[in-house]
Design a protein around this ligand. Structure first.
Ligand SMILES: C[S@@+](CC[C@H](N)C(=O)[O-])C[C@H]1O[C@@H](n2cnc3c(N)ncnc32)[C@H](O)[C@@H]1O
Length: 194
């Protein structure tokens, strides 16, 4: 694809996302966010259990988002929506009046090769950007079955200015995700917005 064409596509995608976010979040100034929601099982059940929260799940893959929205509709839920979006673009275009009250990153892509670690969602640049949209004391819940990713994130967590490790923090809601059901074991970490 020619460079100009690529730029044009990104512009169109972001313009469409901005409109969708404006429409979907018009009445909601505080959201629970799941990044990389997959087929939406986890967040649908969370929303059902937390009727006072407005929940937003995002994922790169449109088919997963469509299935997630169908699942939420079948469950009759009006406090959850699923949006096709890349996490960085979502943060960039999230309406200014919306703050994030809780974040879940469950079994994110592990990017096992060292040269790809920069793509991990738990990288410090992304976490700083995320923190800018979060309330004080917002919890970021991270869970992975990839030992290398967990170690990598744990080593970096103490040097994050915008987040502290919430030692002993309680995982707020247990329901197996699709990837969790396939994992032999997993580890969890909770970060608290400074
Ligand atoms: C390994 S799957 C886990 C799905 C689900 N959380 C689970 O535990 O079953 C990771 C998901 O994150 C999505 N994803 C990866 N990078 C993303 C990004 N930058 N923004 C939004 N979604 C992303 C992928 O499309 C995929 O559906």
């Amino acid at each position: 694809m020619a460079y100009e064409e690529h730029i044009q596509r990104v512009k169109q995608r972001k313009a469409a996302l901005e409109v969708e976010l404006g429409d979907s979040l018009a009445k909601h100034h505080s959201i629970v966010l799941e990044i990389g929601c997959g087929h939406g099982h986890w967040l649908t059940d969370y929303a059902s259990d937390n009727s006072n929260a407005f929940c937003v799940g995002i994922d790169l893959i449109g088919d997963r988002i469509d299935r997630s929205n169908r699942k939420a509709a079948r469950a009759g839920l009006s406090n959850v929506c699923f949006i096709k979006a890349e996490a960085g673009e979502f943060l960039e275009l999230l309406p200014a009046e919306v703050t994030i009250e809780s974040v879940f990153v469950l079994f994110p892509d592990p990017w096992p090769k060292k040269r790809h670690w920069k793509n991990r969602i738990m990288n410090s640049t992304f976490l700083d950007r995320l923190a800018n949209r979060c309330k004080k004391d917002t919890r970021l819940h991270f869970r992975t079955d990839h030992e290398g990713y967990f170690e990598w994130a744990s080593e970096r967590a103490p040097s994050l200015g915008s987040w502290h490790v919430d030692q002993g923090g309680k995982w707020p809601f247990e329901r197996e995700t699709v990837f969790q059901s396939k994992a032999d074991s997993y580890q969890s970490m909770i970060l608290k917005k400074a």
